[in-house]
Ligand binder design. Structure first.
Ligand SMILES: Cc1ncc(C[n+]2csc(CCOP(=O)(O)OP(=O)(O)O)c2C)c(N)n1
Length: 939
């Protein structure tokens, strides 16, 4: 080892080691010890290369090197990033004293001890250190020491220290920036004056959000990015809509006027609309071919995060070729704007960040901006987060962070340019912590000094960023005094003129979706010829050369090979039907994306969509390889997330609505972890924002004695949300029904899209009563009600009509009691919503001698479909027969915790269905009761 070759930081490190060695030779490793044994340092050259130094000087060199490292690492703690002037917390390691040295010591040392670009143009170490302080402790806090990849860290260091991302600030650029800031401010001032006290969530205090977006979006557009997808909450949203999405002022002003008229009142189409600061928009970009979109947003803060990254993933995915889809990250850019209280507080942020580097979810980097106004409604930072900064969570994901003072437009633009370049180069997330303040209260009607009196005293006298910037340009002589006022006037005049000519009723355009012709879903043909199915099945079962399947999976494959031997035999089980549905959809040219926890194998080890070579582990996905395919298939085991994962799929779905997107729950009840996504986006997105989602949810459901947590997918939750045209809920009981249902959903993607919730089986996956024949896949189509074919042949003798849904129907039809109960018909309600009124009416009409109609369910009375069905059934049945309820009594828990107790109740349930006289047996919680007609229900 030649010890004389080291310079700068490395030299200091060698000296530090040497010092350790000198004091205790055993404290360094043997190789280092050996090198030091034959080396006597005496001095450093002008370049800082180590040729030796008096030992006393070693400590100074080490101190200087450590000081420079501390500034790079902790300098942000001393940066003046708060426009309201709070004192930065600083850090002792930023002073020479902490390293046992003085400024004079530094002046004696060559600058190379400091290393990096700052050293290159400095006369000595002191000068270089001062340069570092200007970079790291000014109005920008570069916070990147937590980035683990050395190449990235070095790039970030050079980027910060070189200043190469500082924007050009000649007269033209400065004036353009001033004009933009003026536009932003004047818009808010105009709204404040014209609609005093009306909520708009002004951007003022973090006005630089708009120029930062300009810079990022223009950078992306210049590099050929085709889609920028923006997600943000209320703060500054109207301003971004107006100035980034180019939403016309007239539309925004009309929304303030809030006209109620024939254009907006479309309850007949389920239209409800939403407040103006939740609206989304799509716009043509300022440059090139780029499309910019802002997703509509619910009040639930940060919930839009996974939706945006899902949209970006979809926009960047090329799916029209068979096989695996291709992701082109450079074609899309997700941008998320967060609140400083919401970012650390809402778990969905962590869920979204966790998606950022996973196969199938990665977007090649999201740019995050925290609109940090240092207050959350009334909460202070110390009440809102345990981390040092609002951005703390991002550190764990190794995301570089720049804290920047929102009153320094040049520093803000540097942060934006750096963010874009880093994202483009390393294809990873970047975060800008834009630190400003909030000019008014949480909304414009709030009085902020009730809770933040000191802060608002400062805010009250604090000049706007426009004023500060104009003043600095004036002082530099870049602009003349009249320019600033002329800009204000120009933008104000435009707003005033727009307002003067406003016709709110015409200017207000609500994005109401086109009505869909009635009955399309019911008429959709979904059968596939047996010959075609057989050929596809053969292709799916083809073995790739040299691939070794797991021994235990061979039997299932053999069974599938024989599946089409007799088209009338019920040989096709649930998972085979699913695979055939997927394959035929792909053969029709519709891409499929299927995700969820452990979906590749399937929770119940039933799917095996991805095989792993038993010897090499290599993965083989038949749906990506079969010859008939005309579109891509992707399947991913999702991370252990529901809210984030579903939000992502929702975003993917609305961005690319012509692809079939399916999310599967491990067990149905886990979907309640995504209640926000369901309520705020999936089931209400159409009524509020005119979105047309068609996402499919597969939710294992059914009472099998596994306890309260794994029995119910909580269908009552979907039924409570069901209204107008917003979802389909199905609990189907045969493989053929499932096949047709999936194919129908694919066929309706563009003509009658609706979210589809499917309660799927567990043990029934392998139950022969659920299996179907090839003929049933060829001939049929999805039926919302399955009549009792056997009972129908003797319809006149049927006294009881049992209506049920899902697995419990199979319990009934496979019961040994059934053969003797000739007077009972078991009718399966396969689609719960939309309520199959016509089909059920036809069934009722076919049984003329009914003594009663029963709604039978395995869920407790306060759960399941009963409370939804009851008024609808009463109306439908009228005076024809009394309605009875058979099912578990009301309960706080979805099911028994004991398998034995479950068996008992399930047995009683079945007995009561067939026995017109029976009563609950001891120990059972099953209730059989006549239903008193609800008052007011129609006959
Ligand atoms: C999930 C959720 N919880 C609570 C609220 C109510 N709320 C609206 S704004 C707000 C404060 C947000 O503070 P911050 O994230 O700093 O954004 P700011 O309003 O300051 O821009 C709260 C608590 C909400 N909208 N969403």
């Amino acid at each position: 080892m030649n010890l004389d070759q080291f310079a700068g930081v490395n030299a200091a490190y060698v000296f530090e080691l040497y010092e350790r060695y000198r004091q205790n030779p055993e404290s360094v490793d043997p190789a280092t010890r050996k090198a030091f044994e034959s080396w006597t340092p005496t001095d450093t050259t002008d370049t800082g290369a180590v040729t030796g130094a008096p030992t006393a000087k070693l400590g100074v060199i080490v101190g200087a090197a450590n000081l420079s490292e501390s500034i790079r690492r902790y300098g942000h703690l001393a940066a003046r990033v708060d426009p309201l002037g709070s004192t930065p917390i600083g850090d002792p390691s930023l002073s020479p004293r902490a390293h046992g040295i003085t400024d004079d010591d530094l002046k004696q040392l060559p600058s190379t001890v400091v290393g990096g670009l700052a050293a290159e143009t400095s006369a000595n170490a002191h000068e270089a250190i001062e340069k570092l302080r200007r970079v790291y402790c000014s109005t920008t806090g570069f916070d990147y020491a937590h980035v683990f990849v050395p190449e990235e860290r070095e790039w970030l260091r050079n980027a910060a220290e070189s200043g190469r991302f500082l924007p050009p600030m000649d007269q033209k650029h400065s004036t353009a920036l001033l004009a933009r800031i003026t536009q932003v401010e004047v818009f808010e001032r105009f709204l404040q004056r014209t609609f005093p006290g009306k909520t708009r969530f002004s951007v003022e205090g973090v006005d630089m959000m708009v120029p930062i977006l300009d810079e990022i979006i223009c950078g992306a557009a210049d590099s050929g990015t085709r889609h920028a997808l923006i997600g943000m909450a209320h703060r500054g949203r109207l301003n971004v809509l107006a100035h980034i999405l180019q939403k016309p002022y007239s539309q925004i002003l009309a929304e303030f006027k809030d006209p109620v008229n024939a254009h907006t009142l479309r309850l007949d189409q389920g239209w409800m609309g939403d407040v103006k600061y939740h609206a989304g928009a799509r716009a043509a970009a300022p440059r090139g071919q780029m499309h910019i979109a802002m997703a509509p947003n619910p009040s639930h803060l940060e919930a839009v995060n996974p939706v945006i990254v899902g949209m970006a993933r979809a926009a960047g995915t090329v799916a029209n070729q068979p096989g695996k889809p291709r992701f082109e990250g450079a074609s899309c850019l997700p941008i998320l704007i967060h609140g400083d209280a919401a970012f650390p507080g809402q778990g969905i942020v962590a869920e979204t960040l966790n998606l950022s580097r996973l196969a199938g979810y990665d977007t090649d980097g999201t740019i995050h901006i925290i609109a940090n106004n240092q207050v959350g409604f009334t909460a202070t930072p110390t009440e809102s987060y345990s981390t040092s900064y609002a951005s703390g969570l991002a550190r764990g994901f190794k995301i570089p962070i720049v804290h920047v003072n929102a009153d320094d437009p040049v520093a803000c633009l540097e942060a934006a340019r750096l963010a874009w370049e880093y994202r483009a180069r390393f294809r990873r997330d970047f975060l800008i912590d834009l630190i400003g303040y909030r000019r008014y209260g949480h909304n414009e009607g709030d009085e902020p000094s009730f809770t933040q009196p000191v802060m608002y005293k400062k805010v009250g006298t604090h000049p706007t960023v426009r004023e500060i910037f104009a003043d600095s340009l004036l002082k530099q002589g870049t602009i003349t005094p009249d320019i600033s006022e002329a800009l204000v006037k120009k933008h104000l005049t435009k707003l005033e003129e727009t307002f003067a000519s406003l016709k709110p009723e015409q200017d207000f355009v609500a994005p109401i979706p086109e009505p869909v012709p009635a009955g399309i879903a019911g008429k959709t043909q979904t059968g596939v010829a047996t010959s075609e199915l057989r050929a596809i099945n053969d292709a799916l079962l083809a073995e790739p050369q040299g691939f070794t399947f797991h021994k235990k999976l061979e039997r299932g494959r053999e069974r599938r090979k024989a599946m089409f031997a007799n088209p009338d035999e019920r040989t096709i089980d649930w998972s085979a039907a699913e695979e055939l549905a997927f394959a035929t959809i792909l053969a029709d040219g519709i891409p499929i994306r299927l995700t969820g926890e452990d979906v590749e194998r399937g929770t119940f080890s039933h799917r095996h969509a991805a095989f792993h070579d038993a010897n090499t582990g290599k993965v083989f996905i038949p749906l990506q390889e079969f010859a008939q395919s005309r579109a891509s298939f992707e399947i991913h085991n999702s991370p252990l997330s529901e809210n984030g994962a579903i939000g992502f799929e929702f975003g993917y779905n609305i961005q690319e609505p012509n692809r079939l997107v399916i999310w599967e729950a491990q067990y149905g009840d886990f979907i309640n972890g995504a209640q926000v996504m369901l309520d705020q986006f999936v089931t209400s997105g159409r009524a509020k924002w005119g979105l047309k989602p068609s996402l499919v949810f597969l939710l294992p459901h059914g009472y099998e004695g596994a306890g309260p947590e794994h029995s119910s997918a909580r269908p009552e939750r979907f039924l409570q949300a069901a209204a107008d045209i917003n979802l389909r809920l199905v609990n189907c009981t045969t493989a053929a029904q499932y096949f047709h249902l999936l194919r129908r959903q694919a066929a309706l993607l563009t003509i009658d899209p609706l979210p589809l919730f499917v309660l799927t089986p567990k043990s029934l996956l392998r139950n022969p009563h659920v299996a179907s024949s090839a003929r049933e896949l060829e001939d049929g189509r999805f039926q919302s009600v399955l009549d009792d074919a056997e009972a129908r042949t003797r319809a006149k003798g049927v006294k009881r009509l049992v209506l049920c849904s899902g697995k419990v129907c199979v319990d009934l039809i496979s019961s040994e009691r059934r053969a003797a109960a000739k007077n009972v018909a078991i009718v399966r309600v396969e689609q719960l919503y939309p309520f199959p009124r016509v089909a059920l009416g036809d069934v009722l009409a076919a049984y003329p001698s009914l003594d009663d109609v029963v709604w039978l369910q395995e869920e407790p009375e306060n759960m399941g479909a009963w409370e939804f069905m009851r008024p609808l059934l009463e109306e439908l049945i009228g005076d024809r027969a009394p309605l009875r309820y058979i099912g578990r009594t009301r309960s706080a828990s979805p099911s028994e915790g004991s398998s034995a107790w479950h068996q008992l109740n399930q047995k009683v349930l079945v007995e009561q269905a067939f026995d017109l006289e029976s009563h609950a047996s001891e120990g059972s919680m099953v209730l059989s009761k006549p239903v008193r007609r609800l008052t007011g229900s129609k006959r």
